[in-house]
Design a protein around this ligand. Structure first.
Ligand SMILES: Nc1ncnc2c1ncn2[C@@H]1O[C@H](COP(=O)(O)OP(=O)(O)OP(=O)(O)O)[C@@H](O)[C@H]1O
Ligand SMILES: [Mg+2]
Length: 272
C-alpha cells in the first residue's frame, strides 16, 4: 500500500478540554496528513499547549476522540503514546541540567530499552550491550540535529539556548517517532537560528518521512514551512487552510489585533 492510500497520521474529532469552569479547548476537529508540516497558531492562552497535552496523553479530553496511525489513543498513557510514535518538545525546555547532552538524549530512549531497573543496576553483559547501542544512537541523534561533538559531554545547563533546543529535539527523535510535536521551538532563538530550524524541519520530513505539528508565534517560520495552518482562539478553531488563506482571514486578523484595530485596518485598505 502506498503512503497516499492511508488516512491522516493523526486525527482529532470534537476535542474539548475543561478545567473547572474554563473551556481551554472547545470542540476542535483537526487532522495531520502523513509527511506534512502543519502549524497550530493563536494568541496567548488560545489552548494550543493544552491541545498538545491531549494529543500526547498528558491530559484526557473532557469530550472527543484522538486517533494516531489508525489507532484510538484517546486518554492513553503518555509512555504508551510515545511508544506508538508520537514525540514532543516542551514550551519550556525540560532537560536535566546536571546530566550531559548525551545522557539527556539517552533518557529519551528509555521507553524502548528492554532492561528494567534491576537490569540497569546489575548490568549483565546484554544490558551493557544495550547501553552501548543506546549511547551510539543518542550520539547519532545529536549529530543529526547539529550539536557539535565536543558539546555531547557538556552538562545541559552549560549549553546555549539554541543548543538546548537541539538536545530536546534529539531526545524526541531518539524515540523513533512518526509524528513530532514542537511547542514554540524558536522561542528565544535569533533569526538565523529560526531559519536553520525551518530547514531542519523540512529535512526531518523529507529524509525521515516525519509528520510535524508546530506551535509557533514567529509568523515568518509558520508561513515559510507549513502546508496547513490551524488557528485557535479562546479554545475554538477559528480558521484553517494554507498559510496565505489563513493570513488574510478576517477572523484571524481580528483575533490577533482585536476587533477595532482590524476594522480600522480594513477601512484603510478600502480607502486605498
Ligand atoms: N492545567 C491547567 N489547569 C487549569 N487551567 C489551565 C491548565 N492548563 C492550561 N490552562 C488554561 O487553559 C487556557 C489555555 O492555555 P494554553 O497553555 O493551552 O494556551 P496556549 O495557546 O498554549 O498559550 P501560550 O501561547 O501562552 O503558550 C489558559 O486560559 C490557561 O490558563
Ligand atoms: Mg502554550
Amino acid at each position: 500500500m502506498t503512503a497516499d492510500a492511508k488516512g491522516p497520521i493523526l486525527e482529532a474529532r470534537g476535542v474539548t478540554k475543561q478545567f473547572g469552569g474554563l473551556t481551554a479547548v472547545n470542540d476542535v476537529s483537526f487532522s495531520i496528513p502523513r509527511r506534512a508540516i502543519v502549524s497550530l497558531i493563536g494568541p496567548n492562552g488560545a489552548g494550543k499547549t493544552t491541545f498538545f497535552n491531549i494529543l500526547t496523553g498528558l491530559y484526557k479530553p473532557t469530550v472527543g476522540r484522538v486517533s494516531f496511525d489508525d489507532q484510538n489513543i484517546t486518554g492513553g498513557r503518555p509512555d504508551k503514546i510515545m511508544a506508538l510514535g508520537v514525540a514532543r518538545t516542551f514550551q519550556n525546555i525540560r532537560l536535566f541540567g546536571t546530566m550531559t547532552a548525551l545522557e539527556n538524549v539517552m533518557v529519551g530512549q528509555h521507553s524502548r530499552m528492554k532492561a528494567g531497573l534491576i537490569g540497569s543496576i546489575l548490568r549483565p553483559p546484554h544490558v551493557r550491550h544495550e547501553e552501548q547501542r543506546v549511547r551510539a544512537k543518542a550520539a547519532e541523534a545529536l549529530e543529526y540535529v547539529g550539536l557539535k561533538p565536543r558539546l555531547h559531554e557538556q552538562l545541559a545547563t552549560n549549553l546555549s539556548y539554541g543548543d538546548q533546543r537541539r538536545v530536546e529535539i534529539a531526545r524526541a527523535l531518539a524515540s523513533d517517532p512518526k509524528l513530532l510535536l514542537l511547542d514554540e521551538p524558536t522561542a528565544g532563538m535569533n533569526p538565523q537560528e529560526s531559519e536553520n530550524l525551518t530547514h531542519f524541519m523540512e529535512r526531518l520530513r523529507d529524509e525521515l518521512g516525519l509528520s510535524i505539528l508546530l506551535i509557533e508565534h514567529d509568523m515568518k517560520v509558520v508561513m515559510g514551512v507549513s502546508e496547513y495552518v490551524t488557528v485557535l482562539d479562546h479554545g475554538e478553531k477559528i480558521s484553517e487552510g494554507d498559510a496565505t488563506t489563513v493570513r488574510s482571514d478576517p477572523n484571524v486578523v481580528e483575533a490577533y489585533l482585536g476587533k477595532q484595530e482590524a476594522e480600522r485596518q480594513s477601512a484603510e485598505d478600502g480607502a486605498g
